[in-house]
Write a protein of this length. Structure first.
Length: 200
């Protein structure tokens, strides 16, 4: 199960946005990473550069590597429906993302860790595959041990968590009411740039 294990602040600084909900812990967001610092930002990006940055930002936000993201994109482009809707349906329906959207974890990396460490159940069965695609009607719950993890326990008490319309949550039980689409994604991704990048 491949995943990025390098410094996360570096990725956020490269995309000039907080990709991992680190808030005030993230420093120097406006300075590009690397020895050359802000020098690389003097030139206006090309069309290809803009498309590449948008693709990288989306891929890194959901915590997937290039091969898997390309597979999602190719599947979306082969489908008869709206390409952006299918792409974000695949990304949002990942089990680690669903755990995050339900408010069981404060970040996607923590949600992925909960899944990998076998703390998540889908319809009563333990699932430890972060890329598992949840389906309409399935329920997602945490194990008793998972709920006792201090950071998870603290986040579960947070009353300000907003659960998206396509999900339903009662206590520590979440249910998928319907599959998500592009309109259900609050992050300001420019999906047209991603589609054009892979259409070259």
């Amino acid at each position: 199960m491949a995943r990025y294990t390098g410094p996360k602040d570096r990725l956020s600084r490269r995309e000039s946005t907080d990709l991992f909900n680190k808030g005030v812990k993230l420093t120097r967001l406006n300075v590009l990473p690397g020895v050359h610092g802000p020098k690389g930002s003097l030139r206006a990006p090309s069309q290809y550069g803009k498309q590449l940055r948008e693709k990288q930002k989306t891929k890194r936000t959901y915590g997937v590597l290039e091969k898997q993201f390309r597979n999602y994109m190719e599947e979306a482009m082969r489908s008869k429906g709206n390409t952006a809707n299918v792409l974000f349906e695949k990304l949002e329906s990942r089990l680690d993302n669903v755990v995050y959207r339900l408010g069981f974890a404060s970040t996607r990396p923590l949600a992925r860790q909960l899944v990998s460490h076998r703390h998540v159940y889908v319809d009563g069965k333990r699932v430890n595959i972060p890329s598992y695609q949840v389906k309409t009607g399935e329920t997602v719950t945490l194990s008793k041990k998972g709920m006792e993890i201090p950071s998870v326990e603290l986040h579960l008490k947070n009353k300000n968590v907003t659960v998206p319309d396509w999900l339903q949550r009662k206590a520590v039980v979440g249910k998928v009411k319907r599959l998500p689409n592009r309109d259900d994604v609050p992050e300001p991704f420019v999906e047209q740039d991603i589609i054009e990048f892979y259409s070259r």
